[in-house]
Design a protein around this ligand. Structure first.
Ligand code: ADP
Length: 295
């Protein structure tokens, strides 16, 4: 579908055109569906095709600078094809990000194996601490990334505690949920094997990968940081859509410690709490079932 012609003159598109350079003319702008938060556009120009996302700056300040830093992080630490960020900006209260456009095709037969191996290799990329150079977003919620020496401390202070506070402030957390989550926070060294910080995508659900022209996986829309790699594995399993071959290949390349499948339930607490805080009370039941069973 094409955006109506007058939209070719929006301030954000003018800013994008300036960013691309004077000699570039925009030929067509099409709507891309499938995103969960932002409006997405395919921008066809005299100098190639680009992918843009826009939203209201006052609602999500700094969101696209954070996304660009995340994409650069994935480019630096992995062999995946990652859309290269080109620019970000704010124009008339609309913020935008422009990046390389990734063409889609169908999966090659070894799609899942290669995907698993590439993710495992990315997870081997390490750092002396858990965290990231700046905070970013998980969905449309702030995600805190101050550096910590241990994963237990990072998970408790930067992942569970802020989500618990948000849930309490919004009236989504029952007394029992508060009690059990406080237990997770105080015993956070009990749940994960001690491993080096890993370069992770941070929001690796089925909506955040696609098949590129070579028939291989491309990953995008990151909430990246150096974290525990089981966070990516947990996220991939939580909403399904990843083939068993992906996990087999991953485990061959960089085996997960014994008992990983049961442990993922604790890692799931973070995306589930984020869902509770974004979408509301319907996630409380799933969270309570998990907490009663595992904490
Ligand atoms: P949101 O931030 O709103 O969740 P996404 O980053 O997930 O948006 O992008 C929305 C959709 O656009 C994705 O589902 C994907 O199919 C497509 N997409 C994302 N990045 C690119 C890209 N660089 N090139 C082409 N299509 C893309």
């Amino acid at each position: 579908m094409n955006v109506q012609n007058e939209q070719l003159n929006t301030d954000w598109l003018k800013a994008i055109r300036e960013n691309l350079g004077d000699s570039v003319s925009i030929k067509n702008v099409g709507i891309v569906g499938g995103g969960s938060i932002n409006d997405a556009r395919k921008v066809e120009t005299s100098h190639g095709t680009f992918f843009a996302k826009i939203n209201e700056e006052k609602e999500y300040p700094g969101m696209f600078e954070a996304e660009a830093r995340g994409l650069d992080f994935l480019l630096e630490h992995s062999d995946f094809q990652i859309p290269k960020p080109i620019g970000t900006g704010v124009s008339d209260e609309i913020q935008w990000i422009l990046m390389e456009y990734i063409d889609h095709a169908s999966k090659k037969p070894d799609f899942w194996e290669k995907f698993g191996v590439k993710l495992a290799k990315m997870h081997r990329s390490t750092h002396e601490k858990f965290g990231f150079e700046s905070d970013n977003y998980i969905g449309n919620l702030p995600q805190y990334n101050s550096y910590k020496t241990t994963w237990a401390e990072f998970f408790a202070e930067n992942r569970i505690a802020p989500q618990l506070k948000m849930a309490k402030d919004q009236g989504y957390a029952s007394d029992q949920m508060v009690k059990l989550l406080e237990k997770v926070i105080s015993r956070s060294d009990k749940y994960f094997p001690v491993e080096p910080p890993a370069a992770i995508h941070g929001d690796l659900w089925t909506g955040n990968f696609a098949t590129n022209k070579m028939g291989e996986a491309t990953i995008f829309d990151p909430s990246a940081y150096f974290g525990h790699r089981e966070m990516d594995i947990a996220m991939s399993k939580l909403f399904g859509g990843f083939d068993a071959k992906f996990y087999d290949a991953y485990n061959e390349e960089y085996p997960l410690e014994k008992g990983w499948e049961e442990r993922l339930q604790i890692a799931d607490l973070y995306p589930l709490l984020a869902h509770l805080n974004i979408f509301g009370g319907t996630y409380a039941y799933q969270i309570m079932t998990l907490l009663r069973k595992h904490v």
